[in-house]
Design a protein around this ligand. Structure first.
Ligand SMILES: C[S@@+](CC[C@H](N)C(=O)[O-])C[C@H]1O[C@@H](n2cnc3c(N)ncnc32)[C@H](O)[C@@H]1O
Length: 329
């Protein structure tokens, strides 16, 4: 990949996302967020049932009933859309278009046959993309805000891939007291992250890279202040995101910060144009678009965070292409 191309084209793609259809996605999101309190008040039994299922998943994972949880979450998401769009034909049209955009088909990088070299290539591209777009700096600001008054804050970035984000934080943070851990369930990515940290983490900044499933965080209780998760929830179905949130909220004193791609036609177009111009490798071009189609609206994260037991939830768009949720108890 040419760094020149990437440096030129990824900001260009970002601009396309900013100026195209993100406003439609945000209009739908605003209506969903407004309907959320009504849905939660109307469905106390479903809310309680989800809480029970998530408790079981945390304490007895072998007895977790994921299909029932998935079905309940699907029903609540549909009800939320129906509530938000009732008697609003314009909004219903946007909602229908969003249904066409939304997809649960896995990315190529998640296929069982995808070779390790493809994983490494996609992760390197993603890291370069985040650097070119200034994402790490923006996400660091959110992270620092969440632990602003907490000395020696312990932060774990789960589903961290090659640890690119926390490595950048270790290199640039004004807070050398932070205790950083990057984790991922893939041993390939953990090895990639450990190599990168050994090569370029500054001396004296604690940054560990360990293997962990982001949906099994109960064992971290009392050992972490903030769980962060960037660009990874779109690899998980809602029932696993709910587990991540439920267990992260209980394990971390400052709760959870999730950042991921915002599902919108504009962001998908930008992903297509950006990868075509900067890195025209077919698996990457497909995965970049598919990741946007698998992405979420902030209100969808907000629903999951409330169901996972958060008392405080701030879910919003962050620029034209990202959704951010900060949730704590
Ligand atoms: C697109 S990468 C994002 C990596 C990194 N967070 C970033 O922003 O560049 C998605 C990562 O999620 C990881 N992942 C998906 N499901 C996971 C789970 N249940 N537990 C831990 N890691 C998971 C994958 O192994 C992969 O490294």
């Amino acid at each position: 990949m040419s760094t020149f191309h990437s440096a030129l084209m990824t900001p260009l793609a970002g601009r396309i996302a900013a100026q195209s259809t993100a406003p439609l996605a945000l209009r739908l999101d605003a209506a969903l967020q407004a309907a959320l309190p009504t849905l939660l008040a109307q469905e106390p039994d479903a809310v309680e049932r989800v809480a029970d299922l998530l408790d079981t998943a945390a304490h007895a994972p072998d007895r977790a009933d994921l299909p029932t949880l998935a079905k309940l979450l699907r029903r609540l998401q549909t009800q939320l859309r129906d509530l938000a769009c009732a008697n609003k034909p314009g909004l219903r049209a946007i909602e229908l278009a969003d249904r066409l955009l939304r997809s649960t088909r896995p990315e190529i990088m998640d296929a069982a046959w995808a070779p390790a070299w493809l994983h490494a290539a996609e992760m390197r591209w993603l890291d370069q993309f985040n650097l070119d777009l200034g994402n790490y700096a923006r996400w660091q600001a959110l992270l620092l805000d969440a632990v602003a008054d907490l000395p020696d804050a312990r932060i774990e970035d789960v589903a961290a891939g090659g640890a690119g984000f926390l490595l950048w934080v270790a290199q640039h943070s004004p807070r050398p007291d932070l205790q950083l851990t990057a984790s991922d369930y893939s041993s390939d990515y953990v090895a990639l992250g450990q190599r990168a940290v050994a090569l370029s983490a500054p001396d004296g900044v604690p940054l560990a890279v360990v293997q962990r499933d982001a949906t099994q965080l109960a064992q971290l209780a009392g050992q972490v202040d903030l769980i962060v998760c960037t660009q990874a929830t779109h690899h998980m179905p809602p029932e696993l995101i709910a587990r991540l949130l439920h267990q992260g909220l209980r394990a971390a004193t400052r709760g959870v910060l999730v950042i991921d791609v915002l599902r919108s036609a504009g962001a998908m177009l930008a992903a297509s144009v950006g990868t075509n111009l900067s890195t025209p490798a077919p698996p990457l071009m497909i995965d970049a678009m598919q990741s946007v189609r698998r992405g979420f609206l902030p209100a969808e994260f907000a629903l999951l965070a409330h169901l996972a037991g958060a008392r405080h939830v701030h879910a919003s768009a962050h620029g034209p292409a990202y959704a951010v949720v900060r949730a704590w108890r």
